[in-house]
Structures are given as C-alpha cells and as structure tokens.
Design a protein. Structure first.
Length: 294
C-alpha cells in the first residue's frame, strides 16, 4: 500500500488513497490496530492519524475517513481535509479548483489556490457551526447552548463554550499560557461526562478581535501542533461571546503556524484557509505492521 506523508501546520498524517485497492486490502489499512501501529512514532511511520481516501457519493469527488492515532475514528479533521484536497488535486486525478469531499460531518467543498499545478493553500467551506447541546453532542437540554459554563474537573474548574464543527469542541478562553493549561486540563475535558463521545478541548488567548493564540488538546491524540476544526470552533465561540465579529478574517496562531478563519454573517458558514505540505511517499504492507510491544 502506498502512503503519502503530509502535514498541515505540523499536524501530520498518512494519506492513503484506497480507491483502487481490493476491498480486503482497503479494509486492512483501516483496522484500528493497524492505524495505531502505523502512527506510532518509534515503531511505525509516525503521525497524528491516517486519512483514508475512498470513493465519494453521487456528486462528490471523494470521501475522507479520519482515523486517529489511537485507532478511533473522528468525524472531521480541518488540517487533514486540506492535505487530502492537495493529494487529490496534484496526484489523485481530480484537477479542478473546487473539490467536493464527503466526510463524517457531511460534504465539504475545498477551493484550491494553485500555482503551476502545485497547491499553495486550500480554503475549506466548513459549513454552519452547531451550537445546541444535542448537536455537539453533550448532556443536558438538547435545545440549549453551552456558553461559558463552568465545567468541574478533578484539577480545577474551567469555563467552556461548546461548538460542533461536525466534531465536538469545548473552548476555554484563558489569560495565561494556553499550552500549560492544555496539558493540565485537556485529558479531563476530553473524557468529561458532559461529552458522551469525548471532545476536543481548546485553550485560547484572545489578542484582539482579529487575532487569537490557540493550543488544542485533540481527542484521541493529545496536544497537536495545529487543529483546523479547533481553530474554527474557537473563532465561532469568540464570535458568540462577543470577542470577535462576524465576517472578519481572524488570524489564529497555533504552535505549528497560522490559519485564517472567517465566520460568515448569521453563523451561516465558516471558512478556513491554510496550507498543506507533502513530505514524502512510502510503501507498507498493512497486514505486516506490528504494534508496539505491551
């Protein structure tokens, strides 16, 4: 099986195009134990996850399946979809500037900015955010929002605003070092009883209404260098709480680099613009991957 190593601002993935493989080979590449072994940075290739490219539904160019480093599946990955769009455009036989990709969060359109057939950046139409508890999902009245509510943890209390960008996020606005707080509280928030499917946790320091510093504890991964859906959820939460304004480009500083996020008027859509970089190619037999010794 051929794989391509990509990263979006340091959030790194193994992209595997399974559209032409036999069904048994494609299934083997998506097995949780195989994914976990491939993503192991000492015993495998190393990565924050595996992005499987599959055949899309009618009207879609392809489908993306997001498999986390722990073998679990995520509904969406903002950095990942930019990598998949680049792979499809440059080497996947889909050479048009608007690429429709089916995901666990629905069909998303990626607009390609390319020079001489090389993708420079990708703008993803992430769709409208979901703010109701039943949509996140989280416990409590299904038709209510969770906006700056106190979340009791074993190591303190954090105020969170819950947003779904097709996957769940709990956003906390902080005044001190976001990374230290992510390390301290991220694990407890991810597995908190409020979130039956677990959640990503964002720790954001607002610099101005057009600039935010962000560190994300990613569900199933831990702290990553960047999280596209987390950046989107954070700017949505900042808009809902009056820290940012609709229709403005907001520069989000993540440890691996910057994304530009725009929440359109009426919370009708969220645009994410950022890079995706190809690192190298390789081949692996997924049936022979050996997991780390216990």
């Amino acid at each position: 099986m051929r794989f391509a190593k990509y990263h979006g601002l340091g959030n790194d993935f193994l992209v595997v195009d399974l559209r032409t493989l036999r069904s048994d080979e494609a299934a083997a590449a998506q097995e949780p134990t195989v994914v976990k072994a491939l993503c192991d940075r000492q015993f495998g290739v190393g990565g924050d996850g595996v992005l499987a490219i599959l055949a899309g539904g009618p009207g879609a160019d392809a489908r993306m399946r997001v498999l986390n480093a722990d073998g679990s599946e995520a509904e969406m990955c903002g950095n990942g979809i930019r990598c998949v769009a680049k792979e499809l455009y440059e080497r996947g036989g889909i050479h048009h500037e608007r690429i429709a990709i089916d995901t666990g969060a629905g069909r998303l359109v990626c607009e390609i900015d390319a020079e001489r057939d090389v993708v420079q950046s990708v703008t993803v139409e992430m769709g409208a955010p979901r703010l109701l508890r039943g949509e996140i999902p989280m416990i409590g009245p299904a038709n209510e929002r969770c906006v700056e509510q106190s979340l009791a943890l074993r190591d303190g209390t954090v105020e969170v605003t819950a947003v779904s960008m097709g996957n769940p996020h709990a956003v906390a606005f902080v005044d001190s070092d976001p990374r230290a707080l992510a390390q301290m509280h991220g694990p407890s928030i991810e597995t908190h009883a409020w979130f039956p499917n677990r959640t990503n946790a964002e720790f954001a320091r607002v610099i101005s209404e057009r600039e935010i510093e962000l560190v994300v504890w990613e569900r199933g991964v831990g702290i990553t260098l960047a999280c596209g859906t987390g950046a989107c959820a954070t700017v949505v939460a900042a808009t809902v709480t009056g820290r940012c304004a609709e229709a403005n480009d907001v520069l989000v500083h993540l440890p691996g680099g910057d994304l530009v996020i725009t929440v359109e008027r009426g919370l009708s859509n969220v645009l994410m613009r950022g890079p995706a970089l190809h690192v190298f190619d390789g081949e692996v037999d997924p049936r022979r991957v050996i997991a780390r010794p216990a």
